[in-house]
Design a binder for this molecule. Sequence first.
Ligand code: AQP
Length: 336
Amino acid sequence: MGKQRVLSGVQPTGNYHLGNYLGAIRNWVEGQSQYENFLFVADLHAITVPHDPAKLAENTYTLVALYLACGLDLEYSTIFVQSHIPAHSELTWLFNCITPLNWLERMIQFKEKAVKQGENVNVGLLDYPVLMAADILLYDPDKVPVGEDQKQHLELTRDIAIRLNDQFGTPDKPVLKLPEPLIRKEGARVMSLTDGTRKMSKSDPSELSRINLLDSPEDIQKKIKRCKTDVTKGLWFDDPERPECNNLLTLYMLLSLKTKEAVAAECKDMGWGQFKPLLTETTIEALKPIQQKYQAVMEDKGYVESVMRQGREKAEAIASSTLLKVKTAMGYSMPF
Ligand code: AQP
């Protein structure tokens, strides 16, 4: 039996942060040799919120370079850009026509982002989970690594696949395979530095809320120095009254690669004055090799482009074959 296939992506919306790394990219890197990995830059998703055209291409390059800098290895992983493969958009349309509107209206992320966009909420934002279903199902993956926040979207993907199989397949010959979620417990959710109850996010207007992967040591120091804490003495995990404390200890655990027990023992009698410099130093050291590799990769734009080209070729072959399968099942024919 061959390796199981996994698929995941990040939107090229800039400000790539510790949440994206610890909740997604680092996990892909750690598991990459066990799987056949398809990892993409979700640039069609990136325009569901207002975007700057001048930044889209730059952010796409940056993200491909960061994937490589974080340790994705082309021997195990195919890295590609979503918009380079038209099958994503085409399959989305086919799925749109079998997806009930109320499935999309109840998506939590839609409701949250729609509130932020006010009257300007666009159809793309509502349709985002259908595009995500197309992204996933085109590649027939066995597993999809998702953060807690994306679980509902993966369930919708499975519902769309079931509906399509019911309508256009037969029980012994389904058109699409149902993917399973791959959720890691620790670090599944990294929280904001300014509010331990909200997730760290690229679109938070406050730069102080997140540590970006490309932040300078001075910026990291400044952000940790100013991050929200509390007045309680001693530091411990999992206290619902102390979300910031739990988040900062978790960050230290994930970045230092120590166990939860070791961190709990090391920090139990510490005050913030002692802990913050420790977290600062650990964060700077953990990000240093990524930043160095990123600089080296970005010096060779031709290399980044060759990675995208190679990725497109491999991904397109699989995507167009799935698209053809779906179109044939739905009754489309191409007699020439
Ligand atoms: N705070 C987080 N903790 C853990 N994982 C996170 N991810 C994002 N934030 C955290 C994971 O990163 C991957 C890529 O996310 P995305 O770019 O597709 O969009 P997102 O989840 O909406 O990320 P952001 O940073 O919160 O962006 P904005 O602010 O634009 O919405 C996903 O696997 C996600 O789980």
